[in-house]
Design a binder for this molecule. Structure first.
Ligand SMILES: [Zn+2]
Length: 248
């Protein structure tokens, strides 16, 4: 049984990426999202060092969206050489950049992804309505990957209609994750991906530890319980989906 970890910030971890990959023999490959120009460059280097095992992305996280005017050119230059654009999106929970700055950066990165025909990795925290509106208005639904999806039934239904992919992370396995599991129940396995969001959000039984790609299996097992199918089936379907989405 092999998995694909579609959101794994190996380059932000601090531990040697090669070591984390060695500890994850059941993970066929990972996507290492950039969160700014520097970490996108690091993602490209890692992909070069681990061909076929690490896929690179280029993007600017909503936390740093205020830096988009200065970072834009560097990210645009890397964009043709990566597997996806992002992570971008909206974060109204921490709101470290203004909502206006976040939406402008998000829209520009969507435009970049559409122009290049690449997937767009979307962070959405306390911003369901606005992320939905922007994806609908830009027509990016078929290219969008909603990373660390935490929506309940209402938002999951609305986003399903946009044609997006839902990437599930540790919270679907948390004791407190019942709302997320009710949402996940509505997602057909063909529309789902799994991720760790390493080094954050470690799933049980590792909560509180720095996360790592090997633990994507715990996320997949949680989804298997939600859907009432075997973990092997979840691994197979989500890995096929990942290959389709990231053209890997
Ligand atoms: Zn991330």
């Amino acid at each position: 049984m092999t998995w694909v970890d579609t959101h794994c910030h190996l380059q932000l971890d601090g531990r040697p990426p090669a070591e984390l990959l060695r500890r994850a023999p059941e993970v066929a490959w990972v996507v290492a999202p950039g969160v700014d120009a520097e970490s996108s460059k690091a993602s490209l280097s890692l992909a070069g060092e681990h061909p076929g095992r690490v896929l690179a992305t280029a993007g600017l996280h909503p936390h740093d969206a205020s830096a988009w005017p200065e970072q834009r050119l560097a990210i645009e230059e890397m964009a043709p050489h990566v597997s996806a654009i992002g992570e971008t999106g909206l974060d109204f929970y921490r709101e470290l950049s203004t909502r206006t700055e976040q939406e402008a950066s998000f829209r520009d990165q969507i435009g970049l992804a559409i122009g290049l025909g690449k997937p767009i990795i979307v962070h959405c925290r306390d911003a369901f309505a606005d992320v939905h509106r922007v994806i609908e208005e830009t027509g990016a639904g078929a290219q969008a990957v909603l990373h660390c999806w935490t929506g309940g039934t209402r938002w999951t239904k609305r986003f399903l209609d946009l044609g997006v992919m839902f990437s599930f992370a540790g919270p679907v396995a948390f004791e407190t994750g019942e709302t997320i599991r009710l949402g996940a129940e509505l997602v057909p396995p063909e529309r789902a991906l799994v991720e760790t969001d390493t080094p954050y959000l470690a799933p049980p039984p590792h909560r509180g530890e720095p996360n790592e790609p090997a633990w994507v299996a715990h996320v997949g097992e949680a989804l298997a319980r939600v859907w009432g199918i075997g973990p092997d089936e979840v691994a197979k379907t989500t890995s096929t989906n990942a290959s389709r989405v990231f053209a890997a």
